[in-house]
Write a protein that binds this ligand. Structure first.
Ligand SMILES: [Zn+2]
Length: 93
């Protein structure tokens, strides 16, 4: 898997109009899985995501990849309010 890289500037609203999530990656060591550390763009709130081939632990909650997929994909598929990705659809709203 390719590791995600970001600029991680504090309160960077240039891309999304609201502070961008800061993303840090840590390699796995021995029995510890590699993880992403996600930090809020506007404060010090954070979330750890440990990942392996068969599962994900997000914020201390462990689940199979398929389980997370079922929960997260519908959320992530929500179209944004500016209508991005909905341009071809008629009669929206
Ligand atoms: Zn915040």
């Amino acid at each position: 898997m390719r590791v995600m890289k970001r600029r991680n500037r504090f309160y960077d609203t240039s891309r999304f109009g609201q502070p961008e999530i800061r993303v840090y990656h840590k390699k796995g060591v021995r029995k510890k899985c590699p993880r992403y550390l996600l930090k809020c763009g506007c404060c010090e709130e954070k979330l750890e995501i440990y990942y392996s081939e068969d599962g994900l632990e997000i914020g201390g909650v462990n689940g199979a990849i398929q389980d997370w997929r079922e929960i997260m994909l519908p959320l992530l598929a929500i179209k944004d309010k500016r209508g991005e990705g909905t341009a071809s659809k008629k009669g929206k709203r």
